[in-house]
Design a protein around this ligand. Structure first.
Ligand code: AP5
Length: 186
C-alpha cells in the first residue's frame, strides 16, 4: 500500500508512520527526517536547509524533490511506502504525482490526521522540553502552523478530488489512532 500522511505540525504523522511501518511492513519516508539527518551531518544540503528549517519555513521545492527522487530510486519502495512530510504544497503534490506516475506507483490513500490547534501546541511544547528540536520554539511553531494553513491545507483538496483522501481523528492514544487509520485504509 502506498500512503501519504497529511496533517499539521504535531498532528502525529511521524508517530503514526513509525507504527504503520511495523504493521504494514513498508518503508517510512520522512522528508523532515532526511533533512534533519543532513543538517546533523553538516552536508552541503544540510547547511543550506538549517536556517530555513529552524525558522519553520519550507525548504525549496527543487531541493526536496531532488532528495525524494533519490529515495524513490531505491528498490524497497516498490512494495509500498508511507510518505510523511511530502507533499507540502500543490507544486509538490503535482511533482509527486508525476514522479510516482513514471514509476507506476500511484498513491492509494492520503490520510489526514485531524487534531485541534490547542493539542498541537501542547504536543510541540512537550517535545520542545523533552528533545529541544530547533523548530519547536514558539515563533517557529507559529510560522509552521501558518505555512501549513496557507500552503499545505490545499493539498487535502487535491487528494479529495483524486478520491484518495481519508480523514482520521488524530486525538486519543497513539494505539487508538493507529487502529482508526488501519480501519480507514480498508
Ligand atoms: P517535518 O519533520 O515534516 O515536521 P512537521 O510537519 O512540522 O511535523 P512534526 O514532526 O512536528 O509533527 P508530526 O505531525 O510528525 O507529529 P509527531 O509524530 O512528530 O518537517 C520539519 C521541517 O522540515 C519543515 O518545517 C520544513 O522546514 C522541512 N521540510 C520537511 N518536509 C518538507 C517538504 N516536503 N518541503 C519543504 N520543506 C520540508 O508528534 C509530535 C509530538 O506529539 C511528539 O512529541 C509525539 O510524541 C507527540 N504525540 C504524537 N501523537 C501523540 C498522541 N496520540 N498523544 C500524545 N502525544 C502524541
Amino acid at each position: 500500500m502506498r500512503i501519504v500522511l497529511l496533517g499539521a505540525p504535531g498532528s502525529g504523522k511521524g508517530t503514526q508512520a513509525a507504527l504503520l511501518k511495523t504493521r504494514l511492513n513498508v518503508p517510512h519516508i520522512s522528508t523532515g527526517e532526511i533533512l534533519r539527518a543532513a543538517v546533523a551531518a553538516g552536508t552541503p544540503l544540510g547547511r543550506q536547509a538549517k536556517a530555513v528549517m529552524a525558522a519553520g519555513a519550507l525548504v525549496s521545492d527543487e531541493i526536496v524533490l531532488g532528495m525524494l527522487e533519490e529515495r524513490f530510486s531505491q528498490p524497497d519502495v516498490l512494495g509500498g511506502f508511507i510518505l510523511d512530510g511530502y507533499p507540502r504544497n500543490l507544486a509538490q503534490a503535482n511533482a509527486l504525482e508525476a514522479l510516482l506516475g513514471r514509476l507506476g506507483q500511484p498513491i492509494d490513500r492520503a490520510v489526514q490526521l485531524d487534531v485541534a490547534e490547542s493539542t498541537l501546541l501542547q504536543r510541540l511544547a512537550g517535545r520542545a522540553k523533552a528533545e529541544g528540536r530547533a523548530d519547536d520554539n514558539p515563533d517557529s511553531v507559529a510560522h509552521r502552523l501558518h505555512v501549513y494553513t496557507e500552503q499545505t491545507a490545499p493539498v487535502i483538496d487535491f487528494y479529495e478530488k483524486h478520491g484518495a483522501l481519508v480523514r482520521v481523528p488524530g486525538e486519543g492514544s497513539m494505539e487508538e489512532i493507529l487502529e482508526r487509520i488501519i480501519a480507514a485504509l480498508d
